[in-house]
Ligand binder design. Structure first.
Ligand code: NAD
Length: 501
């Protein structure tokens, strides 16, 4: 019997009633292991109304009381890691250490949210005019919604709802329909930690569920993470219905290799950041830009054998360095890009297309692929492939490399590998990119900084978590007060500055 995944609404697991569902596949075997219920409009509205009902009491709870629940949640997450990691890997395909890494990054956001009393402190100015004081507070937006992708089913939702909920909001989360088991389990742990019913609701679904979230007047803010195609639509529709929206989207992250870079260190970095999690990370490096022909030749000579030697296996093999991609459709799409790259004239130095693992012939495995002599007009350069395919674009000098990064439509992450402080400093100040690494290939900010890209990698004004997250999930209110109230100023028909007094 195939396991039936449930929604998590008003503090309890709830069976889907729409009659629609989608098979969840173990990507290593190709087997359907569970069914995700796809919520109807009525079910989503019910989840929103429970979140709206829970809002007044939750937002009125002192932040220090909210923080106590977050401390418990953090402890429960830590003690359940060995249960959560294989649950995540079975539906996603990533290795167990990678699943632990993702859960650990989610825990970091919960730890950040434990400091909410401090994070919500406002500003106070005494005496902005005679007997007049001014101060501001950050208040919750209301019921917030999150829509999240398949590639981080634990971490990406935890980029959003811990901050939103700590700020006094209630939340409706619509995770990816491809692998929601771990997401629902984590929501349940949050309730075991003491979160009141209705504060966090997980509703499984597809486009129909998202449409309801975009239209419902009770939803005040929407946080989306996923592809640019969907994210740009969600941003436009959500803003048109008067909501605050942030949509973090696709990427094409470049790593510049300067002639003075430590090549062994660079190759290690490229193997992890290009092929870790089968390249299914929005911060994966997918383009390498060696500066100068000599650098390019030396780099490829070292990199190609390492790509050929990648240990590709299911998550159940402790030696696995990289697992399968998420679905058969995704595998086919990636292979089409590889064929297109060859047709366009790029040189496929390592071809992973014919990989077959004994006992896992129906799994969605693809060997690591490495292209050399890729040029900017090729689709394999322009598009996000979201698979274990690394493209080398050779440039003659540093200026060409910077231009390449800046001309690309995406602006999530970029890195430079060099020993030259001048080049590194120039790079960090001139690139049009949200997250920049110097000898760090995947510069994902820690939870108390903020995550987000530029250009078509992010629609909206705020990044996620850190103070940007607090700003997104709160509204600023500024009070101007006059005491004692007995003083009469008479009617005033013009604005006054404090210094006029
Ligand atoms: P996706 O855009 O297909 O799906 C994301 C979410 O949108 C899912 O919950 C999905 O159910 C929903 N959705 C899909 N189609 C929809 C539609 N037509 N209408 C309304 N909702 C819809 O993305 P994915 O394949 O799950 O994830 C991979 C993408 O996410 C990549 O592009 C990756 O770069 C991006 N991503 C970005 C970041 C970031 O922070 N910038 C982080 C992780 C992943």
């Amino acid at each position: 019997m195939v396991r039936k995944i449930e929604h998590f609404i008003d503090g309890t697991r709830v069976k889907g009633t729409s009659g629609r569902s989608l098979g969840v596949t173990n990507p290593a075997t190709g087997e359907v292991i569970a069914q995700t219920p796809l919520a109807s409009t009525k079910e989503v509205r019910a989840a929103i109304s429970f979140a709206a009902k829970a809002l007044p009491a939750w937002s009125a709870l002192p932040p220090a009381k909210r923080a106590e629940i977050f401390f418990n949640f953090r402890d429960l997450l830590k003690s359940h890691q060995d249960e959560l990691a294989p649950m995540l890997s079975m539906e996603h395909g990533k290795t167990i250490p990678d699943a632990h890494g993702e859960i650990g990054r989610g825990i970091e956001v919960v730890e950040f949210a434990c400091g909410i009393p401090h994070l919500l402190k406002g500003e106070y100015s005494q005496g902005v005019a005679t007997n007049v004081d001014s101060y501001n507070v950050r208040q919750p937006v209301g019921v917030c919604a999150g829509i999240t992708p398949f590639n981080f089913p634990a971490m990406v939702p935890m980029w959003m709802y811990p901050v939103a909920i700590a700020c006094g909001n209630t939340f409706v989360l619509k995770p990816s329909e491809k692998n929601p088991t771990v997401t629902v389990r984590i929501a349940e742990l949050f309730h075991e930690a003491g979160l009141p019913a209705g504060v966090l609701n997980v509703i499984n679904g597809d486009r129909e569920a998202v449409e309801v979230l975009l239209d419902d007047p009770d939803i005040g803010a929407i946080s989306f993470v996923g592809s640019t195609q969907i994210g740009s639509q969600i941003y436009t529709k959500g803003c048109a219905s008067g909501k605050r929206v942030q949509a973090l989207c696709g990427a094409k992250n470049h790593l510049i290799v300067m002639p003075d870079a430590d090549l062994d260190q660079t190759v290690d970095a490229l193997i992890g950041s290009g092929y870790g999690s089968a390249g299914e990370r929005c911060m994966a490096i997918s383009v390498v830009v060696p500066v100068g022909e000599k650098t390019a030749d030396a780099l490829i000579e070292r990199l190609a054998p390492r790509v050929r030697d990648l240990k590709i296996a299911p998550y159940t093999d402790p030696a696995a360095e990289m697992g399968p991609v998420i679905s058969a459709q995704s595998l086919e799409r990636i292979k089409r890009y590889i064929d297109g790259g060859i047709d366009a004239g790029a040189e496929l130095v390592v071809d992973g297309r014919n990989l077959s693992l004994q006992g896992y012939e129906n799994g969605h495995f693809l060997g690591g692929c490495l292209f050399d002599r890729v040029t900017p007009e090729m689709d394999i350069y322009k598009d996000e492939i979201f698979g274990p395919v690394l493209s080398v674009v050779r440039t003659n000098d540093y200026e060409d490399a910077v231009r390449l990064v800046n001309d690309h439509e995406y602006g999530n992450g970029a890195a430079i590998f060099t020993r030259d402080g001048d080049a590194a400093r120039d790079f960090t100040s001139r690139v049009n990119i949200g997250m920049v690494g110097v000898n760090v290939p995947i510069p994902v900010p820690v939870a108390y900084h903020s995550f987000g890209g530029w250009k078509r990698s992010l629609f909206g004004d705020h990044h996620l978590h850190g103070m940007e997250g607090v700003r997104f999930f709160t509204r600023l209110k500024t009070m101007t007060t006059r005491w004692p109230s007995g003083i009469r100023t008479g009617a005033e028909f013009h604005f006054r500055r404090g210094s006029d007094e």
